[in-house]
Design a protein around this ligand. Structure first.
Ligand code: XIL
Length: 377
């Protein structure tokens, strides 16, 4: 498969990449790392994806955006889209009830502009990533005003500059016991299920051109609780569409786990087809592969992670409903998984396409091969 890929798609070698990267001329006036168009034009994952009508992108951590110019060079070379890992969340944008602080989000915009990357916004409504004042002050009386104001201000600020908004993140939690499978969150408690309607409408008003996405996790495996979540997602989006809520896409986070068995062939592509048949697009929005269930040996881990991702991507990309893939970080230099699911042996996880030296890993090749093998859309 990799040979076939190399025959059809120009992929630069490590040496070629190093030579190109060394010859980069930084954009002088740019306050954030930027690379010349030459690197952007080399065959990174996005270039491979574009041959199939797909895109590839990644989440960018704001500390790395400040400090790690080498990594950001690779982000520009591999990606066609970026998303702020934290910089568009309430906690970052809303230091106080009266203030909006776009500093970090604008840094990402500048980096993206200089490197011709598209940007998605993440996220307008979530039960995490909120400032303390919001959690303390939110009441049924003020919630609608607060939510609409936030969305109008934030989405309006970036109007015309973002391609997607994750309008609502992680609204589902069948285990919370509600018939509609909605998660018990601060927004649900304050406004009931109509918080979703309010958010999608407010986003459409503030920037009709940004694609409105509902994003969630836990729909990747044959596990009964994940089967329930797939059913709950279909029911939720059908319900939203039936009451004319202007949702346009579903994001599948795809935080994968290398030791979890994938569903039977067809289950995931049918799920994507079912979402598409409702007129919605589908994106893989936060892919990474946990390896804390695997032995320490690097080669074993990397091979298992790559094989797992390949099988997952082949399954979802079999449906033309999937329009693009983003990973939750590009290099093992940093992953949220080390905080969330630390390995028992203390070793850092290796969940992302590039290693800590920014070399392409087997996972990179697996993504490249899956993109190259995907049916065109
Ligand atoms: C995570 C970030 O990666 C962390 O750095 C942060 O502390 C918490 O949020 N699903 C999501 C993302 O939708 O926003 C989360 O990002 C990871 C899980």
């Amino acid at each position: 498969m990799l040979r076939r890929l190399a025959e059809t798609t120009p992929i630069i070698t490590r040496r070629g990449f190093a030579a190109a990267a060394a010859s980069l001329v930084p954009v002088a006036a740019c306050p954030v790392p930027a690379v010349s168009r030459a690197v952007g034009a080399l065959a990174g994952l996005d270039t491979i994806a574009r041959h199939k009508g797909l895109f590839f992108g990644t989440a960018v951590d704001q500390v790395l955006l400040h400090d790690d110019a080498a990594l950001m060079t690779h982000v520009a070379a591999e990606c066609g889209m970026v998303v702020g890992e934290a910089s568009f969340k309430w906690a970052e944008l809303r230091p106080t009830r009266s203030e909006f602080d776009f500093t970090e989000a604008e840094r990402l915009m500048t980096f993206a502009d200089h490197n011709r990357l598209r940007v998605r916004g993440h996220t307008l409504v979530w039960h995490e990533g909120n400032p303390e004042w919001l959690v303390e002050k939110l009441t049924p009386r003020n919630a609608e005003r607060l939510l609409v104001r936030h969305i109008h201000e934030v989405v309006g600020h970036f109007r015309g500059r973002l391609v997607h908004w994750d309008v609502v993140n992680e609204p589902l939690q069948p285990d919370d016991g509600r018939a509609d499978a909605l998660r018990d969150t601060l927004w649900l408690r304050a406004l009931g299920p109509r918080y979703l309607d309010i958010a999608f409408h407010a986003c459409a008003e503030a920037d009709p051109g940004a694609l409105r996405v509902l994003n969630d996790f836990g729909m990747d495996y044959a596990l009964p609780w994940q089967e329930r979540r797939r059913g709950a997602m279909l029911a939720l989006v059908s319900d939203l569409l039936a009451r004319d809520v202007p949702i346009q896409a579903v994001g599948l986070q795809a935080h994968l786990d290398a030791v979890e068995p994938l569903p039977e062939p067809g289950v995931l592509s049918r799920f994507v087809d079912d979402i598409s048949s409702l007129g919605l697009r589908v994106f893989i929005t936060e892919m990474d592969v946990r390896d804390d269930g695997l032995p320490a040996d690097t080669a074993i881990r990397d091979a298992a992670v790559a094989e797992h991702a390949r099988a997952f991507l082949d399954a979802v990309l079999a449906s033309r409903g999937v329009r693009g893939i983003l990973t939750w970080g590009l290099s093992d230099r940093r992953s949220w998984l080390n905080e969330k699911f630390p390995r028992k042996d203390g070793l850092p996880q290796r969940p992302l396409p590039l290693d800590v030296d920014l070399r392409r890993k087997p996972l990179w090749s697996a993504i490249a091969a899956a993109l190259a093998a995907a049916p065109a859309r």
